[in-house]
Design a protein around this ligand. Structure first.
Ligand code: CDP
Ligand code: MG
Length: 135
């Protein structure tokens, strides 16, 4: 079934020049780009996006990191897009992520793991609205 997922190329991915690489993998997988924008987000937007993580030990670092520089927000659509992109990204801990996945190929630290991808169709819709309210 066709779904939408919200993908972020986080500030570490943008700073390291990995935008083209990540977009190539998204397109190569056959997902359609529906929206894409380079922007620096404020604390309120970040807090809404990561609401379920409030209170976790890594939360403050995550907030300052994700607001600390430009990121690329993408809405991608396709058959099983949520699972398809989570598979492209690899697991949250990049050292555990398989070689061939984005995190597995390009990161070592869980708090600097290059990309975000929605984890359910409901969150895909919720998160896409935060970044692209008019979509
Ligand atoms: O991004 P993903 O859905 O794979 O992981 P998550 O468990 O939903 O965590 C969201 C984000 O919080 C991660 O991608 C990391 O950027 C950050 N995080 C962290 O810095 N340290 C942790 N131990 C867990 C998560
Ligand atoms: Mg998550």
């Amino acid at each position: 079934m066709s779904e939408r997922t919200l993908i972020l190329i986080k500030p570490d991915g943008v700073a390291r020049g990995l935008v083209g690489e990540v977009v190539r993998r998204i397109e190569g997988k056959g997902l359609q780009l529906v929206a894409m924008e380079l922007r620096t987000i404020d604390h309120a937007t970040a807090a809404e996006h990561y609401a379920e993580h409030e209170g976790r030990p890594y939360y403050e670092d995550l907030m300052s990191f994700i607001t600390g520089g430009p990121l690329v927000a993408i809405v991608a659509e396709g058959d099983r897009a949520i699972e398809a992109f989570r598979q492209l990204a690899g697991s949250t801990d990049p050292v555990a992520a398989p070689t061939g996945s984005i995190r597995g190929d390009f990161a070592t630290a869980t708090n600097r793991n290059i990309v975000h991808g929605s984890d359910s169709p409901e969150n895909g819709i919720r998160e896409a609205k935060i970044f692209f309210p008019n979509l």
